[in-house]
Design a protein around this ligand. Sequence first.
Ligand SMILES: C[S@@+](CC[C@H](N)C(=O)[O-])C[C@H]1O[C@@H](n2cnc3c(N)ncnc32)[C@H](O)[C@@H]1O
Length: 261
Amino acid sequence: MADACSAEGPEAYDTHSAPIMAPFVAALLDAVRPGPGESVLDLACGTGFAARAAAALVGPTGRVRGADIDAGMIRVARARGPEIDFTAAPADRLPYPDAAFDAVVCQQGAQFFPDLTATLTEAARVTRPGGRFAATVWAPLDRQPYFLAHERALRRYAPDALPYFTRAYVRTADQLTTALRAVGYGALTHREITSDIALPPLEEYVHGHLAALWGGLLRAAGGEEAVRGAARLVRDELAPRTAPDGTAVLPFTVRLVTGIR
Ligand SMILES: C[S@@+](CC[C@H](N)C(=O)[O-])C[C@H]1O[C@@H](n2cnc3c(N)ncnc32)[C@H](O)[C@@H]1O
């Protein structure tokens, strides 16, 4: 199955996602405010953006763990955060004892869990009473010009990728808060956060990012020319927003949902 996060490898995912994820990692951790000495779980951690930021906040007396179903993501996470304990595990079967964490965070993972309630039940189990939870998911595509351009490119060059692509943008805050409430979280909040993000020169960046996410399906559909064509289409869509030096500052919006165990 196509993986929406790492078609061409988790190293490429990490490099190309970093500028887009950075402001939202900060917002996610600000929502749970890990303090020195606390324990934090990064759920569906990917290559560990949130885990690395959490490690800096809990300091040497704290403990951060990351779990992700994808062993390749975990391999890169371990290389980039050697002081953090990363484990390959599905989010609904975590290898941690009850009440092990002061806070659980999940960045752009809740769209992909096959059973959201089962996964949040497991998150609740490993969180101590009074512990904090925060998750981000992308707002709908019509509010994300960069990803909307990706959607148009995939529609043209690799339509088979669309079902995998679109699921990242359809998880609602209501779905999350309803499931969190059902498994015992309280003090639920949700809000949207928009960040204007400066992307590197699009000529190279867009091709690399599309190849990192969708290279397998694009090449299966139309060889190397499909990757080049998709990148060209994205750059053309974004041309009105592109500066003379090739960079672009684009708005990205997430839904941030929080709760207390
Ligand atoms: C969009 S990526 C986000 C990764 C990371 N949280 C980040 O901020 O970059 C989604 C991640 O969810 C993971 N994932 C999908 N389904 C999962 C599951 N059932 N259990 C654990 N991880 C899962 C994927 O392997 C992938 O790393």
